[in-house]
Design a protein around this ligand. Structure first.
Ligand SMILES: Cc1ncc(COP(=O)(O)O)c(C=O)c1O
Length: 434
C-alpha cells in the first residue's frame, strides 16, 4: 500500500469509497494515470466514465483556463451566463424533437435524476414511477428512491415500481428475455400499476452498474410504444453510456427510440462536475426555484462541457468509440475460449462488460481477484453487476487500438493468474467493492 493511500485512510472518510485495490494517483494524461509510486496505469475505467476524453485533455484544459481567467460568476441561479446558454443551445440540438424544450443543469447524474423524479410527478400530477431492477440512477435520497441496484443503502420511493431488465444471457436468448420483460410490464399495467397513474419510466439504454446489460433488439421500441399509449414520459438516463460512449452520440439511438427526457452527466464535464436534463418545456418549466443548488450552472464547468461536446464532434469520438470498441470487444471475445471463467462478453462501443462465472454461478470472488491482479499488472478496471461479477470497460473515448490490445493482454495475464490460484485472497480483505 502506498504512502498516499495510507495517509488518506487517516484523514478522509470512507463513506464515498468504492474501492477495489489500493490505488493512489497523482496525475494523468490521455488513457493513463500516474500512481504515487510513479507507475503508469492504463485506465479502462476513466473514473467510472467521467474522464470521457481521457485525462488532461487539452480542449478541456484550455476551456477551463479561459473560463477562470474572466469568471462569469459561479452559478446560474440568479444570473444568466454565456457558457450555460451556449451549452443549453448545443444540448437541445443533440436530442430528439420531442425532448427539445429546455435544459436544467446540475452537478451529477444523481441530482439530475432526482430532479427528474420530482419534476415529472409535480408536472403531470401522476404519482407513480417505473424503473428497472438493477438500475443505478444515483446516490442521493431522491435518485436512490427511483433506482433498483441492490448495493444501495437508501429507501425506494413508495410510488416506485421496479421491473426486471431483460437479461439475454441469463434468459438463454434475447427473444426470451424481451418477451418475459414486456409480459411482466403489461401484466402490471393490467393489475396493480394503473398506467394512467405513472408519470415516467426511467431507462438506462444499457444497464451499466446492473451488469452492462444490452437490451434485446426491439425491447425499448416496444416499451416506447407502451409509454406513448399511456401518456407516460420516457426518461433515458444517458449518464454513463451516452455522449458517444456507445458508438452513437445518444445510446438510445441504437434502439430507434425518442425519449421525452434525456439525462446527461459523468463524461459531460470531461472530469468536471456538471449534469443536464433536457426535456419538454411544459415539464422543465413547471416551476421556478424548484431544484437549485448554489453552484448549479457553474460557468467553468459549463465551459468544460461545451469543450467536451465540441471535441466529441470535431474528433469523431463516437465513431472512435465504435471502432476501438469493436477492437476491444473482439480481443475480449478471443480470450473467452482460453479462460473458462468468461461466461459472456457484451456491450456497445466503449461500454463493455465481461461476466465471470464458475460451476456455481456468478464468480464474484474471482472477479474481485481479477481486478486486483490487473491493477498490480498495470490496468485499472472495476466491476459491476447485481452479483458483483461483471468486469466493466469504460475507457476514455479517445482509446486507441494499441491501448485496447495492451489492456486485454494485461487482463489475459490477470485471469490466468487468478485461475492458477496465484493471487493472494487476503489482499481483498480491505476491498469489499460492491
Ligand atoms: C446510469 C447512471 N445514472 C446516474 C448515475 C449517478 O451519477 P453520479 O454518481 O455522477 O451522481 C450513475 C452513476 O454511476 C449511472 O451509472
Amino acid at each position: 500500500m502506498s504512502g498516499l493511500y495510507a495517509r488518506e485512510s487517516r484523514s478522509v472518510s470512507k463513506m464515498a469509497h468504492l474501492r477495489f485495490f489500493p490505488q493512489a494517483i497523482v496525475g494523468g494524461s490521455g488513457a493513463y494515470v500516474t500512481g504515487d509510486d510513479g507507475r503508469q496505469l492504463l485506465d479502462f475505467a476513466a473514473s467510472w466514465g467521467a474522464a470521457s476524453l481521457g485525462h488532461a485533455h487539452p480542449a478541456v484544459r484550455e476551456a477551463v483556463n479561459r473560463a477562470l481567467s474572466d469568471q462569469a460568476g459561479a452559478s446560474y441561479l440568479s444570473a444568466a451566463n454565456e457558457a450555460c446558454v451556449l451549452l443549453a443551445e448545443k444540448l437541445l440540438s443533440l436530442v430528439p424533437e420531442r425532448a427539445r424544450g429546455r435544459v436544467w443543469f446540475g452537478h451529477s447524474g444523481s441530482d439530475a435524476n432526482e430532479t427528474v423524479a420530482r419534476m415529472v410527478v409535480a408536472a403531470t400530477g401522476r404519482s407513480r414511477i417505473i424503473a428497472f431492477e438493477g438500475a443505478y440512477h444515483g446516490g442521493t435520497v431522491g435518485s436512490m428512491a427511483v433506482s433498483g441496484h441492490p448495493a444501495q443503502q437508501g429507501a425506494r420511493s413508495p410510488g416506485l415500481t421496479l421491473v426486471p431488465y431483460p437479461n439475454s444471457y441469463a434468459a438463454g436468448s434475447p427473444d426470451a428475455a424481451k418477451n418475459a420483460a414486456l409480459a411482466h410490464i403489461e401484466r402490471l399495467f393490467a393489475t396493480e400499476v394503473p398506467p394512467e397513474d405513472v408519470a415516467a419510466f426511467f431507462i438506462e439504454p444499457i444497464q451499466s452498474d446492473g451488469g452492462m446489460l444490452v437490451p434485446p433488439d426491439g425491447f425499448l421500441k416496444a416499451l416506447e410504444g407502451l409509454c406513448r399509449e399511456h401518456g407516460i414520459l420516457l426518461v433515458s438516463d444517458e449518464v454513463k453510456v451516452g455522449l458517444g460512449r456507445s458508438g452513437r452520440f445518444n445510446a438510445f439511438e441504437h434502439d430507434g427510440i425518442e425519449p421525452d427526457i434525456v439525462v446527461f452527466g459523468k463524461g459531460l464535464g470531461g472530469g468536471l462536475p456538471i449534469s443536464a436534463v433536457v426535456g419538454p418545456e411544459a415539464i422543465l418549466n413547471h416551476a421556478v426555484a424548484f431544484s437549485l443548488q448554489t453552484v448549479h450552472g457553474n460557468p467553468v464547468c459549463a465551459a468544460a462541457a461545451l469543450a467536451v461536446l465540441r471535441t466529441i464532434e470535431r474528433d469523431g469520438l463516437a465513431a472512435n468509440a465504435a471502432r476501438s470498441g469493436k477492437v476491444l470487444r473482439e480481443a475480449l471475445e478471443r480470450l473467452a475460449p482460453r479462460h473458462p471463467l468468461i461466461g459472456n462478453v457484451r456491450g456497445r462501443g466503449l461500454a463493455l462488460g465481461v461476466e465471470l462465472i464458475d460451476g456455481h454461478g456468478p464468480a464474484a470472488r474471482q472477479t474481485a481477484l481479477t481486478v486486483y491482479r490487473a491493477f498490480q499488472l498495470g490496468l485499472v478496471l472495476y466491476y459491476v453487476g447485481v452479483h458483483s461479477n461483471v468486469l466493466e470497460f469504460t475507457p476514455p473515448l479517445t482509446l486507441t487500438e494499441s491501448e485496447a490490445h495492451k489492456g486485454v493482454a494485461i487482463l489475459d495475464q490477470a485471469l490466468a493468474d487468478v485461475a492458477a490460484g496465484q493471487v493472494d485472497e487476503s489482499l481483498l480483505a480491505d476491498f469489499a467493492g460492491w
